[in-house]
Write a protein that binds this ligand. Sequence first.
Ligand SMILES: NC(=O)c1ccc[n+]([C@@H]2O[C@H](COP(=O)([O-])OP(=O)(O)OC[C@H]3O[C@@H](n4cnc5c(N)ncnc54)[C@H](OP(=O)(O)O)[C@@H]3O)[C@@H](O)[C@H]2O)c1
Length: 451
Amino acid sequence: MSQNSPKIYDAVILGASGFTGKYVVREALKFLNAPNSPLKSLALAGRSPARLAEALKWAAGGDSPPNIPLLTADTTDPNSLSRIAAQAKIILNCVGPFRLYGQPVVSACVDAGCDYLDISGEPEFMERMEALYHEEAVEKGALVVSACGFDSVPAEIGLLFHSRQWAGPAAPNRVEACLSLESDKKVVLNFGTYESAVLGVANADKLVELRRSRPKRARPTIPGPTHAKGSLIEHQKQLGLWALKLPSADSVVVRRTLATLTENPHGLPGANETANDLKKREAFWSSVKPAHFGVKLGSKSLFGLFPYIMLGIFIGLLCRVALGRWLLLKFPSFFSLGGFKKEGPSKEEVESATFKMWFVGHGFSDASLASKGNKKPDTEVITRVAGPEVGYLATPIILIQCALVVLSNRGSLPRGGVFTPGIVFGPTDLQERLQENGISFDFISKNSISA
Ligand SMILES: NC(=O)c1ccc[n+]([C@@H]2O[C@H](COP(=O)([O-])OP(=O)(O)OC[C@H]3O[C@@H](n4cnc5c(N)ncnc54)[C@H](OP(=O)(O)O)[C@@H]3O)[C@@H](O)[C@H]2O)c1
């Protein structure tokens, strides 16, 4: 099939048989041929048609599953990837760790001019794809957006929402996101996420090397002091939470979004945008005020942070040597004190979990104060993003809504290129769509603080 042949499928979910993949299929089925939905045709792809059929049956709730094509594709077989990329408007990639399996999929999509979204939370993979494929993706008209899951859409769209609460002349200086995972049962994630995290830390030096080899990105102008290091653990009185610094992908993705915005102050022009789209985009970005950004993990008690601290220590100590990595990957439940399991969380564990991501912003009631020697922020704004379980409920909701935005309004999005979700979806109706699907964005408070 040539690059210009008509596309058979609106979307193909690759890795549909995975733990996350099957939840993504379940979410996609809610919109397939639903009234006003742009998703009219869907196919599932993966290594094993039998496992895909099983996932489809599970996703359809055990009822007679809908008649959806099951396509064989293996990331070690480039032809199989080219075939699905030629047939799809958009590939939704759920095959991870992305550092191991992602590149051939991006390559096939870019080559075929097929749009690509994934749920990676791996900064090195994302930045490497940008370095390798951005120019070609621009040329071929393929939109490549990683981190369209819990990593990093709540942080990205949440920060944009937060920063827009600072009506001029007020402006934020620093926004600290504090993530609180809540459940009546235990919060458990599948091995796939654990493996991706362990391999990410083990290869941290490759990310440093990659960044050194790349041109420096633009930095936004932010009123007030530059970022102070802060302590590893602190008590966030306003939230009633103990907060631990989290080396998450979110802050890196947000930084890339703010760099792209600094280079393109009105955002990215749409491939075929209407005068109305243009007006909306420019108005949106002119209301966004960049800030220093960091992420913390919150817990009601100091003791609640203990498993995360232990996991951080284990991964930090063990992942740099082969035997240590083997042990970490062999016994995920032991090293994470039950937080990650090879068999993944039970349906009950998934359904009982929720998240809240608090955004605590400190800044100035009048941004010009910052340059007049009054360097201490005098205003605090708190906003919150909240929703269901992060890995297998929120992530599928986010990925599918991102896909629906692409399918329904492709002309308002960049023609092609490798981008972060914030810069692509910020001015679209993604936030409203997430709200309609159980992920809320709320303004909580605005207060003066002693300068
Ligand atoms: N952004 C977020 O917040 C978020 C949330 C959840 C998950 N994730 C990420 O999603 C990824 C998957 O996690 P998971 O827990 O779903 O893992 P998983 O259960 O192991 O699923 C992996 C999937 O990849 C497929 N696969 C493996 N090797 C392949 C190959 N060579 N060719 C084609 N397909 C291949 C597997 O297919 P088979 O059935 O054939 O084995 C399976 O469908 C991880 O990187 C994780 O970090 C991110």
